[in-house]
Ligand binder design. Structure first.
Ligand SMILES: Nc1ncnc2c1ncn2[C@@H]1O[C@H](COP(=O)(O)OP(=O)(O)OP(=O)(O)O)[C@@H](O)[C@H]1O
Ligand SMILES: [Mg+2]
Length: 246
């Protein structure tokens, strides 16, 4: 029986007077692949950033195994070691090799010794097909390769949950497939994932739960079949029709 890992409870976020998220409420169970879809500006990145504490929610809470991680006294570093994030623009350290990118968190956050960190990093680079590039610098890699390194770096921390913010949006079309293939494999292995994406085929085929956002609220959520085959809200129908035509 899967249990809640992340619970987003009545979360709101404003920047000044601009309300970006309103009463967003959903639950991610262990092993879920939750895809968040929605138009540009609907608040998807802000929601993910609130879940990872890169933004402080204005109201509401984010619970991790039932504990409010937005409460005073909770340790954001310890939480982020458990809930990793992969960004659209990779966010690799450009002055460091692929291997050093993947060992940095292990050494300085998890305090692993050099050899243990190297082994963990290598195992995860192998998993994403990037072991042959350990001595390369990010500038020598394609976008798809950089993103696979970023995924290996996040995986090396052995997170319980991985958050992805449009991981393929900055990639040339021919590189999208290699990154989605890695993510499909992780889903198959049971990793709990929250994925903001415009890749509707991925959302339809890989996710267990789909959240459709519009103007800072959850408009509709359900299984991929609910959302893609039997959408109830006219806004969802309209949003998805744009992808059918594309
Ligand atoms: N730091 C900030 N300060 C002020 N406004 C912000 C900030 N971050 C986001 N916003 C605003 O919040 C709204 C939602 O932005 P967000 O980036 O979360 O949307 P999104 O759904 O991720 O869009 P996209 O698909 O283009 O990535 C936008 O109107 C944006 O301008
Ligand atoms: Mg975004």
């Amino acid at each position: 029986m899967s249990e809640p890992v992340i619970e987003v409870r009545h979360l709101s976020k404003s920047f000044g007077t601009h309300v970006v998220l309103r009463d967003v409420d959903f639950t991610v169970n262990s092993g879920d692949v939750t895809c968040i879809i929605g138009a540009s500006g609907s608040g998807k990145s802000t929601l993910l950033r609130c879940i990872n504490l890169l933004e402080t929610p204005t109201n509401g809470a984010v619970l991790f195994h039932g504990k409010d991680i937005t409460a005073k006294g909770s340790d954001p570093c310890a939480y982020r070691a458990k809930v990793g994030m992969v960004f659209q623009s990779f966010n690799l350290f450009n002055n460091m090799t692929v291997l050093d990118n993947c060992t940095a968190g292990l050494r300085y956050v998890l305090h692993q010794d050099k050899e243990t960190a190297r082994k963990t990093a290598l195992a995860n680079l192998e998993k994403v097909g990037m072991a042959p590039y350990i001595h390369a610098k990010p500038r020598q890699l394609s976008g798809g390769q950089k993103q696979r390194v970023a995924i290996a770096r996040a995986l090396a921390m052995q997170p319980e949950v991985l958050l992805f913010d449009e991981p393929t949006s900055a990639l040339d079309p021919q590189m999208v497939g290699e990154v989605l293939a890695v993510m499909r494999q992780l889903a198959k292995e049971g990793l709990t994932m929250i994925v903001v994406t415009h890749e509707m085929a991925f959302a339809r085929d890989v996710s267990s739960h789909v959240v459709y956002m519009a103007d800072g609220v959850i408009c509709e959520e359900g299984t991929p079949a609910d959302i893609f085959e039997h959408p109830q809200n006219p806004k969802t129908v309209e949003f998805l029709s744009r992808f059918r035509q594309a």
